[in-house]
Design a binder for this molecule. Structure first.
Ligand code: DGI
Ligand code: FE
Ligand code: FE
Length: 189
């Protein structure tokens, strides 16, 4: 599948606003891949499909999680916002026959991160956080860090996401902590 085809598929199922976000994430991700020697095709394809399931009915997302043996059922005890990445990766596999684990992982984990993130996964995770349409207070420093050190930038994004969720008295999915802890350990060496 070509990146333009993937964008066209996302355009079919997303609102205009969401689709424009996906276009910006794709461009941001490809730029990060150039900077960090990532695979531009993998990063671009994953970014083009990362929110494919975002506008789906939560009931349908729930039934995908129930049906797919390798999707963790504990997701259902957390916020429905966390469901579109894992389900989107399954849909990319079944509808578009994508089999590359790096691409599927980048879609699956783009919201939470996870313990052992690949280069492609980190790039898509960060691109979603810093794309030019984002305007939350700490995004400026995240963008600056993204030009210097991918791990530091991802770590900063995870740290702020955790703090943000706690400040809203929301639960934090364990993978987010695993991702944060792994990068904390790596960066303190
Ligand atoms: O799909 P996007 O809006 O482009 O971005 P996203 O997939 O990174 O995040 C979707 C939402 O999920 C965002 O508003 C923050 C929220 N979120 C991320 N991690 C967690 C979370 N919400 C809860 N409750 N727990 C988490 O661990
Ligand atoms: Fe998302
Ligand atoms: Fe997104």
């Amino acid at each position: 599948m070509k990146i333009d085809q993937a964008l066209a598929e996302s355009k079919k199922v997303l609102t205009t606003k969401r689709y424009e976000h996906v276009e910006r994430v794709t461009e941001t991700a490809i730029n990060l891949a150039k900077r960090y020697n990532g695979d531009e095709y993998k990063v671009g394809l994953a970014a083009a499909l990362h929110d494919y399931a975002k506008d789906m009915d939560p009931h349908i997302l729930k039934s995908w999680i129930e049906a797919e043996v390798d999707l963790p059922k504990d997701l259902l005890h957390y916020h429905p916002e966390l469901w579109h990445g894992p389900v989107g990766s399954k849909m990319a596999n079944k509808l578009f026959l994508i089999q590359d684990q790096d691409i599927l992982g980048a879609i699956r984990y783009h919201t939470t991160g996870h313990q052992l993130m690949s280069l492609v996964e980190k790039i898509v995770f960060l691109a979603d956080y810093i794309e030019p349409g984002r305007n939350f207070p700490v995004v400026h420093l995240a963008r600056e860090l993204s030009e210097k050190d991918l791990d530091q930038a991802c770590h900063y994004a995870l740290e702020n996401s955790i703090q943000f969720l706690i400040s809203k008295k929301q639960s934090v999915y364990p993978d987010t902590f695993f991702a944060y802890n792994a990068l904390t350990n790596k960066l303190s060496k």
